[in-house]
Write a new protein. Structure first.
Length: 223
């Protein structure tokens, strides 16, 4: 039987959820930008499942975006995914947000940098293709100085505010800047069919850095 899979993408300010039947998305909803993901996500999931005539216990798996991205959004998405998978016994897979973005980009852009805002004029960056690098945080100007290859493309949510400052590389259209449920499915379906599963208790958001609230709290405790 073809499995039903729930996809939760809450790394950006506008969350998206989708239901897939195997490797095909059969329903999709955007979360209300004006409301907190925590308030909107559960009712949206119930409505999405109900539209297909299924219940949470019918799910074979849930794929969730793990970051980097919005601190609050990622926490809500991951906690919701953990709770659902634990309660129903379905598979749980956490998908790197930048890998999902990469999966959405046309294959012709094999050399790709994905960027997200890390605040204080720094960016998260992961390089795919030739000279690939793992996810890291660098100063934006340092990344720009090392990236002068017109054969390289760039995508990612940081382009919302930084695209006007980028020269020397190909900026992809806005439709490729953000992870979507389709990107999660492209990565997750392959892992799911290989039998991979993530530990409910080990999954955490991928941040690399503390939140501003955590930094302020640490500073308040300093002597």
């Amino acid at each position: 039987m073809t499995p039903y899979l729930l996809l939760l993408e809450t790394s950006h300010r506008i969350g998206q959820i989708a239901l897939a039947l195997g490797d095909t998305i059969v329903g999709e909803r955007s979360l209300d930008e004006s409301r907190r993901h925590a308030r909107d996500l559960v009712p949206a999931v119930h409505a999405l499942l109900g539209a297909q005539g299924i219940k949470a216990r019918d799910l074979a798996g849930v794929f969730v975006s793990r970051g980097p991205g919005s601190y609050t959004g990622l926490r809500v998405g991951i906690m919701s995914a953990k709770t659902l998978a634990y309660a129903t016994g379905c598979a749980l897979l956490a998908i790197d947000t930048f890998a999902a973005i990469r999966a959405q980009v046309p294959a012709e852009f094999a050399d790709l940098d994905v960027l997200a805002d890390a605040q204080q004029d720094r960016v998260y960056v992961q390089r795919f293709g030739s000279n690939a690098t793992p996810l890291r945080i660098v100063k934006f100007d340092d990344w720009l100085a090392e990236t002068r290859d017109r054969n390289r493309a760039v995508a990612g949510p940081a382009l919302e505010t930084l695209s006007s400052r980028i020269v020397g590389v190909h900026i992809l259209p806005g439709e490729y800047w953000y992870a979507t449920p389709a990107g999660l499915l492209a990565i997750g379906w392959d892992r799911f069919t290989r039998g991979e599963r993530d530990d409910h208790f080990a999954i955490e958001p991928l941040y690399l850095r503390a939140s501003e609230a955590e930094l302020k709290w640490s500073a308040s405790l300093a002597p």
